[in-house]
Write a protein that binds this ligand. Structure first.
Ligand SMILES: Cc1cc2nc3c(=O)[nH]c(=O)nc-3n(C[C@H](O)[C@H](O)[C@H](O)COP(=O)(O)OP(=O)(O)OC[C@H]3O[C@@H](n4cnc5c(N)ncnc54)[C@H](O)[C@@H]3O)c2cc1C
Length: 277
């Protein structure tokens, strides 16, 4: 087991596109696996490297990027056309540590069992090729928050790590993480005053979010001036958000809710903010 590297500091904010100007899509970047680390039985850290990462800047924590995987029978993906990357097998991941000077980005993959991304990550080897698009926007840390609650499952751990790296030293931050097995627990780091609790749901994914809900009911939480980042299975996110607003006195505007995956759904969209509920 390897001690995880920490998320890197942000790059400077790029100038926004002029208003009204068409948004230019940056061509997908070819990247190669340069390192694979086993963080826990179900979590792989893959370092992607390549000269085409020149200019890849991540400004917000919990940002996202798209990774394009080889199709069955391909040793590497064909270079996707910038205008139609969706014709490829593409999934959403969090850029964890970006080392711009070395043209490197780390990605933590949950090995959840099925799906092209999870299957690829389980066999990932140095020299293999992916394409990368993005990054897309992330979480703006609210200036007025006097405490944080980060709540979610293993797929949100990379996002949590990037948020934790940015918190100020004086602020209390509670982290509640649901994993499939106690062997997934590992140290998390932050300048903030951290209180990390791991809860185990077991291997049955139909139970996604249930252990989180139970923990939330048990530990309680002071809602005053709290900022909450909640990311997990899509239905669980909605249930837990309701629990927070209906039973813990949290205002909806204090919660950033993200459905990171959906039970039984392939390639759940990257923009599930739960606006339907
Ligand atoms: C903004 C954002 C950032 C994300 N960052 C990360 C990240 O850094 N690391 C990470 O591992 N994931 C991350 N995810 C989640 C990841 O995009 C999904 O888990 C994705 O579905 C994985 O693709 P796949 O090909 O393995 O499975 P898919 O082909 O999409 O799905 C196949 C089956 O697996 C199930 N499934 C998918 N994901 C999970 C899961 N995590 N646990 C249990 N069952 C699952 C689906 O319900 C489906 O039945 C992020 C998602 C979003 C929206």
């Amino acid at each position: 087991m390897t001690e995880p590297s920490r998320p890197a500091a942000a790059s400077p904010t790029p100038a926004p596109a002029a208003e009204g100007a068409p948004r230019k899509r940056r061509p997908p970047r070819r990247v190669e696996v340069s390192r694979v680390q086993v963080l826990s039985p179900a979590m792989r850290r893959v370092t992607l490297t390549g000269a085409e990462l020149q200019g890849f800047e991540v400004n917000d924590p919990a940002s996202y990027m798209k990774l394009i995987f080889p199709e069955p029978g391909q040793s590497e993906p064909s270079r996707p056309l910038p205008e139609s990357p969706r014709a490829t097998t593409m999934r959403t991941y969090t850029p964890l540590a970006v080392r711009a000077d070395m043209h490197e980005v780390d990605v933590d993959f949950v090995l959840h069992g099925e799906g092209p991304a999870s299957t690829w990550a389980a066999q990932a080897q140095v020299g293999q090729v992916l394409y990368l698009m993005g990054p897309g926007p992330g979480y703006k840390l609210p200036a007025q928050a006097s405490r944080y609650l980060l709540m979610g499952d293993d797929s949100a751990l990379p996002a949590f790590e990037t948020i934790l790296a940015r918190l100020p030293p004086t602020v209390p931050a509670r982290v509640l993480v649901e994993v499939t097995d106690a062997a997934e627990e590992r140290p998390l780091h932050s300048p903030a005053q951290l209180d990390v609790r791991w809860v185990v749901r077991g291997p049955d994914n139909t139970q996604a979010g249930r252990a989180l809900e139970a923990a939330m009911r048990q530990v309680g939480f002071s809602a005053e001036q709290a900022s909450i980042y909640l990311a997990c299975e899509a239905s669980a996110m909605r249930r837990i958000r309701n629990l927070l607003t209906d039973h813990h006195g949290v205002g909806r505007s204090q919660i950033v809710g993200r459905g990171y995956w959906k039970l039984g759904k392939v390639n759940h969209p990257d923009h599930d903010y739960g606006d339907d509920a």
